[in-house]
Ligand binder design. Sequence first.
Ligand SMILES: CNC(=O)c1c(C)[nH]c(/C=C2\C(=O)Nc3ccc(Cl)cc32)c1C
Length: 278
Amino acid sequence: MPIDDYEILESIGSGSYGECRKIRRRRDGRLLVWKEMEYGAMTETEKQMLVSEVNLLRELRHRHIVRYHDRLIDRQRYVLYIIMEFCEGGDLSAIIGQHKREHRAIDESFVWKMCVQLASALQVCHTRSKNGRGAVLHRDLKPANIFLDSNRNAKLGDFGLARVLNPDNAFARTFVGTPYYMSPEQVNYLTYNEKSDIWSLGCLLYELCALRPPFIATNQKELAVKISKGVFQRIPQQYSEELNDLIKLLLQVDEFRRPSIDQVLDHPVVQRRGAEYL
Ligand SMILES: CNC(=O)c1c(C)[nH]c(/C=C2\C(=O)Nc3ccc(Cl)cc32)c1C
């Protein structure tokens, strides 16, 4: 059984769509992770979509996208195992939580590093749509879906499966947690598009600086109103005006005024402050 090729180590948390476990590949001792996804309750269409989604993701090879290695299927237990690279630095959500507890700001240099590395990962996905190969929109860019390797380089994880596992209820999936990063166009039930990922990137950079999302509320309705208005406090004064200006650019309510991912990476300040991290 291919599953026996791996030694199962500890659970490292439940990913967005299933249990994540650290594993060791027996043939070379390499540390990896696998995400367990039960597909028993899926329709044939959903299963087909999941297979094509995973195949698509296996094509996404980029230094700042979590590398998909393989997939195993346990047909007796109806479980799909997606085997991916191990990111020993954990996820950004834990990093933000730690800084918050310790009342310690995240260095601006790290924010710029995350900015350029995640933007370059998004560029690969958004560019696919231009090449007619089908866009892979992340749809769920948030701290819990961004992982760090041993050199604290960003790795974008948990791709596009949302479209499959919650085909018609992106809001339902989004509403599983509090949808802090939902864009104005999503709030207004318009389509999710590349510019929605740009909005989420802005929310993420904001949260790295302020240690809280730009829009917070006590309920979903109030949150939706705040997101639609797009009014938020400046990031803490210790962060530069140029970082504040970039975040304001990404968090424009009108998606047509938001930059494309190419424009973000071509932005002179991003070029200057981020070049060393690419
Ligand atoms: C407490 N958990 C962790 O520190 C942690 C570590 C060391 N790694 C992870 C997560 C992943 C990891 O290490 N590789 C991954 C590939 C895809 C996805 Cl969706 C998640 C991971 C986590 C959540």
